[in-house]
Design a binder for this molecule. Structure first.
Ligand SMILES: [Zn+2]
Ligand SMILES: [Zn+2]
Length: 455
């Protein structure tokens, strides 16, 4: 270890000169002994652990600043040929640079953590990669707005808490580095100050980050930040980027993650408000003259209008239908204890089946016990008559199509019978007015049908 240390070069933080590690102490003593930090290093006895640690912190600080500018001086130089920027993670506490795999091990013995005054050691040792991303993101921000806000405004502590909860991947890293996404997260938390909101906030921020990354790919520009995309001329590309990340299949007209399309629309409007707010306040992070701001405000306003009027048309209705269909497929299970006595009777007597009917409206079918018995008989004997690729419950034997033998007249009669039976059951149950209303909602009836039919 001594050998590699001797070869190390250290940049002097005061005169910016590169000094060999073995001469560094001497250099500090000769040239910078009046600096406060240097004084505090020399207050410790020669060759003491404390002096070495204090020097280490000073050295890490300079190396960290070099790292942000693109020069790597890792604490452990074991992998000589591997000096790619992304491979190194600074320790959030002592700022030493380590390999991803090594950082976790380092944190267990990090001096800076041991001397950290006001936090539990166990807490500090969690999410080390994510915390590393957080301090890097703050340092990368040229205007220092993200990190400055952290100190100035107490609520931003929350956002940093969310920052550190986030997974240490590229999506989270981009979210942390983006001024607008960070501000979005901050306001989102301010609006909903509940503990679990931290996770929701992290999710929303990640979604925006994915949109940003997807947008960058479309316009072949890695340097675009979120504030740049909120412009009317980019709207179509934002739609394309959104379709891309929600997994829109234009052939099937379906989404892989329909709820994401909805969330994105809401979050985009929110970011428009947030950006407007920052422009009006002339946030130094935006760095734009007052004259240009008027145009900018206008563009953000128009972009928001487009989201309001077009998002649902481009992504909404289809996404919404998709979302509902996915919900139908998952049965909603209610604990029996919350049901009234009469509801419990109903659950025992009827099975509820949801059929995707016209448009996006779900058609609810209640199947009484006797019909369930008949259907079970059909199902038990099905394999003898119906090919396995026929997906209909009421299928035509030896075919893949549904059974249409019932004349519409006959069918209507059967439906009337079932309805009459339900009405009878309801009278027996002696339902209250509320329960009756609930029941008719359950059946998918309108209030009018309900009054005509049941009262
Ligand atoms: Zn110097
Ligand atoms: Zn450390």
């Amino acid at each position: 270890k001594e050998k590699t240390d001797a070869k190390k070069i250290i940049q002097c933080k005061y005169c910016l000169e590169d000094i060999a590690n073995k001469n560094f102490m001497r250099h500090l003593k000769r040239n910078h002994s009046t600096e406060k930090e240097v004084e505090s290093i020399f207050q410790y006895p020669k060759n003491s652990k404390e002096r070495r640690h204090a020097l280490g912190i000073l050295r890490n600080e300079t190396n960290f600043n070099l790292f942000i500018k693109g020069t790597i001086r890792p604490n452990r130089n074991r992998y000589k040929n591997l000096v790619e920027h992304e491979k190194y993670y600074p320790c959030a506490y002592c700022k030493g640079l380590f390999f991803k795999e090594y950082l976790r091990r380092h944190v267990k013995n990090c001096i800076a953590i041991k001397t950290h005054a006001n936090a539990s050691q166990v807490e500090l040792k969690k999410n080390v990669l994510s915390r590393s991303h957080t301090i890097t993101a703050c340092a990368v921000d040229p205007t220092n707005v993200i990190s400055k806000l952290n100190v100035k405004e107490q609520y931003l502590v929350f956002v940093f808490w969310v920052f550190d909860l986030m997974k240490a991947d590229d999506i989270a890293f981009e979210a942390k580095k983006d001024l607008l996404i960070a501000h979005f997260g901050n306001s989102y938390l301010k609006k909903l100050k509940r503990e679990r909101m931290a996770y929701a906030c992290s999710t929303r921020m990640r979604e925006l980050s994915r949109l940003l990354i997807s947008f960058r790919k479309i316009i072949y520009n890695e340097n675009v930040s979120f504030k740049d995309i909120l412009h009317p001329k980019h709207f179509d590309m934002v739609i394309t980027a959104a379709r891309h990340i929600v997994g829109y299949d234009s052939f099937k007209r379906k989404f892989k993650s329909p709820s994401l399309a909805m969330h994105l629309g809401t979050s985009l409007k929110f970011t428009c408000d947030e950006l407007t707010h920052l422009i009006v306040q002339e946030s130094e992070g935006l760095n734009v003259s007052r004259l240009l701001n008027v145009n900018w405000l206008e563009n953000v306003k128009n972009f928001k209008k487009l989201v309001e009027s077009r998002w649902n048309i481009e992504l909404g209705p289809l996404a919404n239908k998709d979302l509902q269909e996915k919900r139908w497929k998952k049965p909603l299970l209610l604990p029996l204890s919350i049901l009234t006595e009469s509801e419990k009777v109903l659950t025992g007597k009827y099975k509820r089946v949801i059929n995707s009917g016209k448009g996006s409206k779900a058609v609810v079918i209640l199947i009484p016990e006797i019909i369930q018995d008949f259907i079970n008989i059909l199902l038990d004997n099905r394999s003898k008559y119906i090919p396995s690729d026929n997906e209909y419950v009421f299928a035509t034997p030896g075919s893949t199509i549904k059974w249409e033998a019932i004349s519409s007249n006959k069918l209507r009669k059967q439906i009337a019978t079932v309805r009459k039976q339900i009405a009878t059951v309801m009278q027996i149950l002696n339902l209250t007015r509320d329960e009756t209303k609930q029941f008719s909602d359950f059946m998918g009836h309108t209030q009018k049908t309900h009054e005509q039919f049941y009262e």
